[in-house]
Design a protein around this ligand. Structure first.
Ligand code: HAM
Length: 468
């Protein structure tokens, strides 16, 4: 139970304490390792970007952009106002669009912006990037849903070279399907491998294709869907009713119980995909089979961001209640171009790290509490000088060491060592120092041994090797 004081973490944000950060670091280390084996390099984009970037990439009608972004004016704009240069209207009216900035609600838009800004189309393609860090959305906080949350994500970007034999699906559908679907499958394989390494329990991969934005594909389907939605409008709640006008596809995402039987009877996009998108989806499924990745098809998986086309996927995990999506992603050919870059294909995902950790903890896979390897119990001035040097040597050798700053009676020191979960206590009195023979006590069984300094280091190294 938290103590009430004047200052508390803001609603929807929280402190991650050392009891948990061990597991967070472990998860992040595995991500670095696994993503590295797939040839991905890390990118660290800034935490805020021009508002317009997200509005354009994610879509003005999405919940994220219309309701959930933390947007404020760039301080230089405020300075101009303070100087009295423009004093009419609201702050947002007064500042040009580019001066409004937003705490990133996601990072795909930032990665695409960086791809353009750093001319990454000149690099060998595709460019494979991953990132991890905080994102911000003003959502209603609940278990697994925060206003500052963390994502681990990855993106694969590939510029369309003029000489490339296949063309862009949104403009010239053609034979790109097999290669792109193989990339989609590999990206999905990577995230599943990562979850496997963490032994994340009860994961379920859902996939779908939402086609491309052509008149013979998704656009036609949306027209058909719209007609059917109008017919059942009175049976839908206010959110779905609003979405009929703004984004009919998103009605499929509804979790409202009373709407389910009506939504289930709506036309399905798989029956309306163009031949290329159909081929892409079929190849994706074959490619996943080839890689031994189990999936479930879910025709209602449309995702809440506007940039997707063709492949969409989501992964759910156990122990998360209603917020059980631990990863979401999909293909977004055309997004880089929408942001002012050259025609480029893209596919990626983001894992909700908070939810991933929660699911691991619920399954009892929390990291063991971080105890110390060695607690140095010292008494006497000469012993202290040796203890300081020993602490330095042991830390350099990679052991975690606790060195009390003041002298404690050995009994008291051993009590503290125990409380800190130390594995060994190194007992250094003036006698031990004079003899050059130190006492190492194993706290689990109380056994003791006399060792010289080199023997001590050798012994500890062997213990570490055996336990790792
Ligand atoms: P997203 O589905 O909005 O996709 O978010 C991905 C994951 O972030 C979700 O599945 C969930 O685990 C986590 N998440 C989202 N909002 C919250 C929240 N308020 N609290 C805790 N966790 C949350 C994207 O962000 C896309 N950029 C993914 C992507 C990358 N698509 C292509 N590339």
């Amino acid at each position: 139970m938290a103590n009430k004081s004047k200052f508390q973490a803001i609603r929807g944000t929280r402190d991650l304490l050392p009891t948990e950060t061990g597991l967070w670091n472990h998860v992040e280390e595995i991500a670095h390792k696994v993503f590295g084996t797939f040839g991905f390099g890390e990118i660290r984009p800034p935490i805020f970007e021009p508002t317009e970037l997200f509005a354009r990439a994610v879509g003005g009608e999405t919940d994220i952009v219309s309701k959930e972004m933390y947007t404020f004016s760039n301080p230089t704009g405020v300075a101009a106002m303070v100087r009295g240069e423009r004093l009419e209207g609201t702050l947002a009216d007064m500042l040009p669009e580019a001066e409004m900035i937003t705490l990133r609600p996601e990072a795909t838009a930032s990665v695409c912006r960086a791809y353009i800004e750093h001319n990454m189309q000149q690099l060998p393609q595709p460019v494979k990037l991953y990132y991890m860090g905080p994102m911000f959305r003003r959502e209603r906080p609940q278990k697994g849903r925060y206003r500052q949350f963390y994502q681990i994500g990855a993106e694969v970007l590939e510029v369309l070279r003029p000489e490339t034999p296949h063309q862009f699906a949104t403009r010239h559908p053609s034979q790109a399907a097999p290669k792109d679907a193989a990339t989609d499958a590999e990206v999905i394989e990577m995230v599943m491998t990562f979850f496997d390494c963490l032994q994340l329990p009860g994961i379920q991969l859902n996939i779908n294709s939402i086609g491309h934005n052509g008149p013979d594909c998704r656009r036609h389907y949306i027209g058909e869907l719209h007609k059917e939605l109008i017919k059942i409008k009175d049976h839908l709640g206010p959110d779905s009713q609003r979405r009929i006008g703004t984004n009919p596809l998103r009605v499929l995402d509804s979790k409202v119980e009373s709407e389910q039987s009506y939504i289930d009877k709506l036309p399905r996009i798989a029956d309306h995909l163009c031949p290329d998108c159909t081929a892409h989806y079929a190849t994706l499924k074959r490619q996943l089979d080839l890689r031994g990745v189990f999936f479930k098809e879910n025709w209602r998986l449309v995702r809440g961001l506007d940039y997707y086309m063709r492949t969409t996927f989501e992964i759910t995990a156990k122990g998360l209640g209603s917020q059980n999506a631990v990863c979401g992603g999909g293909r977004y050919d055309g997004l880089v171009e929408l942001l002012g870059g050259p025609p480029t294909k893209g596919i990626g995902f983001a894992i909700g790290e908070d939810r991933l950790i929660l699911s691991l903890q619920e399954a009892g896979k929390g990291a063991a509490p971080q105890g110390r390897d060695v607690y140095i119990a010292w008494m006497g001035e000469r012993a202290y000088a040796t203890a300081v040097r020993a602490a330095k040597d042991l830390r350099t050798a990679g052991f975690s060491v606790e060195l009390p700053p003041t002298e404690l009676k050995f009994g008291k020191a051993l009590e503290r060592a125990d409380k800190l979960g130390s594995r060994f206590a190194l007992i250094l009195g003036d006698n031990e120092v004079a003899e050059g023979s130190w006492t190492l006590k194993t706290l689990a069984d109380g056994s003791q041994q006399k060792l010289t300094e080199p023997e001590l280091l050798e012994f500890l190294r062997n213990c570490k090797r055996l336990s790792s």
